[in-house]
Ligand binder design. Sequence first.
Ligand code: AMP
Length: 122
Amino acid sequence: MAYDDQNVFAKILRGEIPCDKVYEDEWALAFRDIAPQAPTHVLVIPKGPYVSLDDFTTQAGGDEIAGFVRAVGLVARQLGVVDPGYRILANIGPDAHQEVPHLHVHLFAGCDLGRMVKKGLV
Ligand code: AMP
C-alpha cells in the first residue's frame, strides 16, 4: 500500500491541522487521541511516511526504528503511567480496523484496561 500524504496524521505532522501535543522529538510526535477510549489515550507516530508497522519495519532505518520505539517509552514515563501500568497497541490493516494509514501506536492508561482482545475469538 502506497503512503497517502493526505492522511490526517500527515496533515498533523505538517502542522496543517492542530493536535493536543504531549511530546515531540526528531523521530516521533505524540498527541492525545481525539476520541479517547481510556482516561489516558495518546497516539505516538513516527515522523517518516510509513503506512503501518509492517511498512515501518521493512522500510525504516535502524535510527528511525530505535528513535520511535524509544519515544514510546519516553512518552509513557512523561505521562507518569509506568506504574501502575499501561498498554500499547498498533492496528495493522483491515482485520485490526486500522483507520488512519500512518503508523501509530495507541498508548492507553489511567484505569484497569481489562482483557487484551475481545473474548470468543478462538
Ligand atoms: P486506528 O483505528 O488504529 O487507525 O486508530 C485511529 C485513531 O486516530 C482513532 O482512535 C481516532 O480517534 C484517532 N484520530 C483520528 N483523527 C484524529 C485527530 N485529528 N487527532 C487525534 N486523533 C485522531
